[in-house]
Design a protein around this ligand. Sequence first.
Ligand SMILES: Nc1ncnc2c1ncn2[C@@H]1O[C@H](COP(=O)(O)OP(=O)(O)OP(=O)(O)O)[C@@H](O)[C@H]1O
Ligand SMILES: [Mg+2]
Length: 257
Amino acid sequence: MNAIEAQELTRDFGATRALDGLSFAVPRGQLFGLVGADGAGKTTAIRALAGLIALDGGRALVAGRDVASGGSLVRESLGLVPQQSSLYPDLSVAENLRFFARLFCLPKQDFRERSARLLGITRLEPFAGRRADALSGGMYKKLALACALLHRPEVLLLDEPTVGVDPVSRRELWALLHEFVAEGMTVLLSTPYMDEAERCHRVALVHEGRLLLEGEPGALLDDFARSPACRQTAPSFETLFLARLEQADRERERGDA
Ligand SMILES: Nc1ncnc2c1ncn2[C@@H]1O[C@H](COP(=O)(O)OP(=O)(O)OP(=O)(O)O)[C@@H](O)[C@H]1O
Ligand SMILES: [Mg+2]
């Protein structure tokens, strides 16, 4: 069963079409990467999947339920780490966790156990008393992740979690995500870094609100290596994705002409 389904998502902001019939599916227990440049539509897609914005067309399903009508059942099954800050800057690490636990009506005992475990795995325990606005970028992202995981969501959505994070914390974050997935969680994340594609079970390349490419990273790279568009012996995701983006631009120019 698919944990997430984006079906022909379409959304306009004035004259800008942020999502243009974007479709993809994430099977349960997989780590799915939405790769795309600035303005590709990643945040809009994640907001649509979280039920935070209305769509002009299409449907977003999480755990088999339409997010537009699923109400609290959908909200409970979802964890969201937004691109922009989601925490209270003047509250400490522990206070932010407590705030989110109250938001999800977590029983006290559950909160104690869960926050202790999350502080441990994110290695934020020594900083429990530090204000959120005094954390480093990487620590802040890990706290946002911990807050999103308090209620044990089935599906975790993360918008550019590795941007502004140093390479060591970035590796830790990926290791954490793989741990959650191994425990059965479904994770969808967005990233502007093309080289992060290889860390996902499946990736989708998004451009101007449309899907340009989707599949298993290894298979995508093998297909590309065999295609005439590839002029290297050892192609990377960067060359693959850039070649596909250039092709899309050429197609559009021909279409507009
Ligand atoms: N609330 C809004 N009002 C007007 N335009 C918007 C709004 N939200 C998004 N857009 C536009 O929709 C397009 C897609 O934006 P979106 O934020 O989804 O891209 P993104 O892939 O997340 O980019 P980034 O990597 O920079 O975060 C952009 O052209 C953006 O300017
Ligand atoms: Mg964004």
